[in-house]
Ligand binder design. Structure first.
Ligand code: PMV
Length: 313
């Protein structure tokens, strides 16, 4: 029997993280150099409905029925089967592999969900629209984050740059001219739920100041959208630096991230900022063909755990 495989890319947020939870726009792009993969293999001898889940990276080898009902992998399989009208899945084994680091703002959870959804749909001989894949993955994101904006599942299901506003229809973003980014991992694992909760506590204490910061971030995202569409990406650097200052005011940056950001700027990046939930995880730096190797080398020397060059197109 054949196996049914699907992959999903990582993602980064270019502009607008945190403010996006409060209704402001964000821009996110897929990162295809990193992938989650799900492989569904029929198990002809197993009882009907039996699903075995294997994910070596997290030491998982279990029957789905033995997992907690809130386990993200159990949830995603059950939701997908329900969406596809399969009361019982024909017995199978689902193997998950991923090169996306976890808890570092690269959307690893959403990518695993999207890969599993698409591989299961293929197994059942069906296909699902991107919007449906995104909605199913969003349900699972809630287990990881509590109050996710939905940006991760959207950009990963669409596999294209998006201009995202919570609760609105998916808006793909036309990239007028491709541009390069370096993604550098601080090596500090920082769950998004923690910084999202801290921003919420700050907003509850001081709504006027936080709303003002969110508005300023929203205005930057609008300007960035125009520059990306018009094909003037070199001007995004200044906007990235301004977005970073506002994230620092929100309290989601950290000395380690700021050291990497300063290193990138000094080495010739046109701009740099943290990406995603913050505190740890990744920074992104805008580079061109000429500056990319030097900036990448400086970031590695400054202690970045991994540096990835990606092209936004
Ligand atoms: O840490 P990430 O990349 O998964 O993104 C978090 C983005 C936030 O805006 C902080 C939260 C959200 O749900 O959008």
């Amino acid at each position: 029997m054949p196996a049914f495989t699907a992959t999903a890319p990582a993602k980064i947020i270019l502009f607008g993280e945190h403010a996006v939870v409060y209704g402001r726009p964000a821009i996110a792009v897929p990162v295809t150099a990193l992938q989650a993969r799900a492989i569904v293999r029929p198990e002809l001898r197993a009882p009907h409905g039996q699903v075995r889940l294997l994910a070596e990276a997290i030491g998982l080898d279990a029957l789905m029925k033995d997992l907690n009902p809130d386990h993200p992998l159990r949830r995603v399989v059950e939701l997908t089967a329900q969406e596809l009208g399969a009361a019982y899945l024909p017995a199978c084994q689902i193997t998950i592999q991923s090169t996306i680091p976890v808890a570092s703002g690269l959307g690893s959870g959403a990518a695993v969900s999207v890969a599993v959804i698409r591989a299961l749909a293929a197994y059942l001989g069906k296909s699902l629209a991107d919007e449906v894949v995104s909605t199913l993955a969003y349900e699972v994101e809630k287990i990881y984050h509590g109050t996710p904006s939905g940006v991760d599942n959207t950009v990963i299901a669409l596999r294209r740059a998006v201009y995202f506003v919570r609760g609105q229809a998916i808006q793909p973003l036309r990239v007028g001219r491709p541009f390069r980014l370096l993604i550098a991992d601080s090596g500090i694992s920082s769950p998004t739920a923690t910084t999202v909760a801290e921003v919420r506590a700050g907003w509850q204490q001081n709504p006027a100041d936080y709303e003002d910061l969110f508005d300023q971030i929203g205005a930057i995202v609008q300007q960035a959208r125009l520059l990306i569409e018009k094909g003037q990406p070199e001007q995004l650097g200044d906007l990235m630096n301004r977005n970073q200052s506002l994230l620092e005011k929100l309290g989601v940056s950290s000395p380690e991230l700021e050291r990497l950001i300063a290193t990138a700027r000094q080495a010739g990046a046109l701009g740099a900022k943290l990406s995603g939930g913050g505190r740890g995880g990744n920074i992104i730096a805008l580079v061109d063909e000429r500056s990319a190797p030097g900036v990448a080398a400086s970031l590695s020397e400054a202690g970045a755990r991994g540096v990835i060059l990606t092209t936004v197109q």
